[in-house]
Write a protein that binds this ligand. Structure first.
Ligand code: EPZ
Length: 425
């Protein structure tokens, strides 16, 4: 397994370009299943999860040409409705093919995605919504089996706003007979991007981005082109990289208005931000102040930025309380940050950080995508060398991260497996 080696303590300076949003790309690619005809998707991030989704569409029988940031997909040739375990186990978001397969082909067999490092990750709300639309849903041998001659429009209330649940139900409802209303829908920008793509293909959807989405089913959709929105979590990650190293960085091709909560919190911590239409300039020369953060569904503070902010708060003066309300165990990064000298106490769903502490480099273990990002950020600030193991977690959601950080002046390199010097852990 590759590892990343960072020599920290260098303030980052310069410009970095933000890639397309992984969590918009995944449902948009899955939604190509809903029709035949060519879909040309651009600004795809070159990350493992997007490659995995492309592979899954190919296994289902779609024609997939995927080069770099662009994919041309024609799902008119789909010949299977089974998403196999050995692929789904590597990416939970594979569950996003469930709604489209069921709506277009009347059946779907998708392996249960299973839990992951950040929690049990149930899909009960996805299944309850599909059942309300008339699907027969059962679980057999670790697989979800769903069948429906034609889905019917329904009134669906989600107990908790679920991002991929809302996406699955919105895709399924676009071909159902009649009108579906999803209440307490998730409001993430990635859901709006998916809805915009579906509407271009003939779907009738209003309310995406609010907590009530109304979808009037149509007989069929057609192909279309789509440019994926910029990744707001990648944007936040590079903002924190500039802040934790006390640097001055400019982020290009981003969407600041998708990050209101984060920008407000960074300003509260004493970071200087200048925001333009699709650029953000950050200057973090001044001292950082400890702040309190509570993760919430969008437009609240994003849970996917929690690990990065815990890392940042180790450099801030005073005590910061970060409360994780979305997932039940999303503090895997804390143990590793402690090994770098951070002073953090976990009290139930809260991480209490006391700063500032001068972090020192250490060999640390990545556990999930965003925890790994938090460790990279800590390594950029720490004195000495940090070695991050299991960087395949990072590769799932960050395009060319070492290259982009080197472009900002970081001393960072990837060691291919087996090239590591003997004697390291
Ligand atoms: C999406 O996951 C994102 N993934 C996650 O990003 C993100 O952390 C999460 O939304 C929250 O913002 C993609 O979009 C591919 P949820 P998702 O369903 O849809 C509970 C990353 O790092 N829930 O919104 O799986 C669930 O347990 C990833 O890019 C149910 O109880 O998250 C959680 O507590 C990590 N039953 C809460 O809802 C369900 O049927 C929110 O989960 C579904 C969810």
């Amino acid at each position: 397994m590759d590892r990343i080696v960072i020599t920290g303590g260098i303030p980052l300076h310069g410009e970095v370009e933000i890639s397309g949003a992984k969590n918009a790309a995944l449902p948009i690619l899955a939604s190509t299943i809903l029709s035949g005809g060519e879909c040309v998707i651009t600004n795809l991030p070159r990350v493992v999860d997007v490659l995995t989704m492309g592979k899954l569409l190919g296994i289902l029988g779609a024609k997939v040409q995927h080069e770099g940031n662009r994919a041309v997909i024609d799902a008119g040739t789909i010949s299977s409705t089974q998403a196999p375990y050995d692929l789904v186990k590597t990416m939970r978001a594979s569950v996003l093919v469930l709604g489209p397969l069921l709506a277009r082909w009347g059946e779907a067999t998708v392996s249960m995605p299973g839990g992951c490092a950040i929690g049990s990750r149930p899909v009960n709300l996805h299944l309850a919504g599909l059942a309300k639309m008339g699907a027969e849903v059962s679980m057999e041998h670790g697989y979800i089996r769903a069948k429906a001659k034609r889905l019917r429009g329904a009134q669906i209330y989600c107990d908790t706003p679920t991002v991929t649940g809302t996406e699955n139900l919105m895709m399924a409802a676009s071909l159902a007979e009649g009108t579906t209303v999803i209440e307490n829908a998730a409001k993430e920008p990635e859901i709006v991007d998916l809805a915009n793509f579906l509407v271009k293909r003939g779907a009738r959807i209003v309310g995406a981005g609010t907590d009530v989405i109304t979808i009037e089913g149509v007989r069929e959709l057609h192909g279309s082109d789509h440019d994926v929105i910029p990744d707001r979590i990648e944007t936040g990650t590079y903002l924190v990289a500039g802040a934790i190293t006390r640097g001055a960085v400019t982020l290009n091709r981003c969407r600041p208005n998708h990050l209101d909560a984060l920008l407000m919190k960074l300003r509260e911590a004493g970071v200087e931000l200048k925001v333009e239409q699709d650029r953000i300039h950050l200057n973090a020369a001044s001292r950082l102040k400890g702040i309190d953060i509570r993760t919430l569904p969008y437009p609240g503070f994003p849970t996917d930025m929690q690990a990065q902010m815990v890392a940042l708060m180790t450099a801030a003066e005073g005590t910061s309380v970060i409360t994780e309300t979305v997932f039940e165990s999303r503090f895997m990064h804390v143990e590793e940050l402690r090994r770098m000298g951070a002073e953090i106490k976990i009290e139930g769903t809260r991480a209490v950080v006391t700063g500032p502490t001068k972090l020192t480099g250490a060999p640390v273990m990545a556990s999930d995508l965003r925890a790994s990002a938090g460790l990279v950020l800590a390594g950029l600030a720490a004195e000495g060398t940090t070695e991050i193991l299991r960087v395949y977690h990072l590769d799932r959601g960050y395009e060319r991260m070492e290259e982009k950080l080197r472009g900002l002046g970081a001393t960072i390199a990837r060691q291919k497996e087996g090239a590591a010097q003997a004697g390291t852990r």
